[in-house]
Structure formats: C-alpha cells, structure tokens
Design a protein around this ligand. Structure first.
Ligand SMILES: [Zn+2]
Ligand SMILES: [Zn+2]
Length: 253
C-alpha cells in the first residue's frame, strides 16, 4: 500500500493569507503546506481521504489520473471544499464518483453542493454515488477499511484504518474502545495542530500521548498550522519514531 501526503496543513496552514510570521515567510518547502488529505494506492485502486480547497492543485501535482473513491472524515470546509473538481474524473471515466461518509457529512455535502443533487441536473456538474457508512468495517474494491470514531471537540469525526496504517485528523479525543481498533498498526498518521492547547484539535503533546498508547512503529503528524513552528526545528524535538509529515511525502506501508 502506498500513501501520499497530498497536503499536511490547515486553513491556518502555511502560508496563511496576509500573515507575515516567520513560518509563513519561510523559504523551506517543508514549511509550505496545502490542506490535509492523503492518497492511498492499493492493487491499482486510488482512494482519497478528504477533498479540501486544494484538491485540484494536489491532483495535478501528483498527476493522479484516476480516483476510485473518496472518503470523508468530516464536513468542515478545509476537508470538503474541493469536491466539485471530481467533475473531470466523471467526464473522463463516464461514471459517478463513489463517496463514502457518514449520514451527517452526506447531508452537509447535499447543502454545500446542492446543484449536484437537484432532480434536473445541469450538464457537467459533479456526479456522485453516495455510500453511507456507520461505525462498522466496510470494503471498497476488496480493500478493508475500519472506521475509527474520534471527536473534534463535540463533533464526531471518522478516522480510518487500512490493514497496517491508520489516518486520524481533526480530533482531540478518541474513546478507549476506539483506540483498541488502532492497536497493531505499523504506521499511525494523526493530526497535531500546534504546541498550544486548542478547543477541537490535538496539540503536539496530546498527539504524542496518543502515539505513546497506540505504539506504532512509526507515526506521522499532519494538519499542522503555522503556529507549530519551523519543520526543521520541531522535528528535532520529536521522539525517534515520530515525524512531522510534509506535502508530497510518500510512504510504502
Ligand atoms: Zn475540522
Ligand atoms: Zn481540518
């Protein structure tokens, strides 16, 4: 299984519009992040988790010719805003995009992209087949996926486990029984917004605490804001098995 970090930032990512802090002005490409999303490649299937505002740019950068399905973690704009751009995949492959999300997220998609769900559709609008998921394992083209429930302050979000790795973003708590589902992963990808505490996101210390419980061989931090500091400096402070992820990083798991 191959994982590509399409983006590792947030809407307070780097650079932030009109922000002139040192991190936003950094010339180090490792400090330059698009909104968080990953591409998963397995047996010639291409899955994307979340389509933020940078989706189009990310697909062009990675030269992604095909997307078989999109999974959503939650409905915040930095995770769904780019969904309209699936229309070129619709057009090339002459089929709707398979979308996997829980009911509440589906309802948000139907509001934000209302024009794609009307009875009389204007030609060329994005086409989707919605697959509602709950907190039970499911499969996409024989790839087994286990949803992992986490909380983004009070908002329930889904992380996803794929065999040996799991991806969890925009959370600041995971119930104990859900942490059990993460046991045995070789790679854990988890969000860490910044060092200072935040209402709805793990900060660095809290993400490291989860990693300490799950004990993956390797962990990668994502959904990083400009307040985290410079990639190179923060990297030196992390335990040996933990890395800050960066855009374009590719893993073979
Ligand atoms: Zn969010
Ligand atoms: Zn987010």
């Amino acid at each position: 299984m191959k994982v590509t970090f399409l983006g590792t930032g947030t809407s307070q990512g780097v650079p932030v519009i009109a922000c002139d802090c040192d991190v936003c002005l950094s010339s180090d490409s490792l400090d330059n992040r698009l909104r968080s999303s990953i591409l998963i490649e397995e047996n010639d299937n291409f899955l994307v988790i979340d389509t933020g505002p940078d989706f189009r740019q990310q697909m062009l950068r990675e030269n992604v010719k095909r997307v078989d399905a999109i999974l959503f973690t939650h409905e915040h704009k930095d995770h769904i805003a780019g969904l309209d751009d699936i229309r070129s995949y619709n057009w090339i492959y002459k089929r709707p995009m398979d979308i996997y999300a829980e009911e509440r997220v589906m309802e948000a998609l139907k509001i934000d992209f209302h024009y794609a769900f009307t009875d009389f559709k204007y030609p060329g609008i994005p086409e989707m087949t919605l697959h509602e998921i709950s907190n039970n394992p499911f499969e996409i083209n024989n790839i087994k996926i286990i949803p992992v429930r986490g909380f983004h302050h009070k908002l329930p979000v889904f992380g996803y486990r794929f065999k040996d790795f799991a991806y969890l973003t925009d959370i600041n708590s995971v119930p104990e029984n859900e942490i059990e589902k993460l046991k045995g992963v070789k790679v854990l990808i988890v969000s860490a917004l910044r060092k200072k505490k935040h209402l709805s996101h793990y900060n660095l210390e809290e993400a490291l605490a989860l990693i300490e419980i799950v004990k993956p061989e390797k962990a990668y931090l994502t959904h990083i804001s400009h307040m985290m500091g410079f990639h190179k400096e923060v990297s030196l402070e992390l335990p040996h098995n933990v890395m800050l992820a960066y855009d374009e990083l590719k893993l073979e798991i």
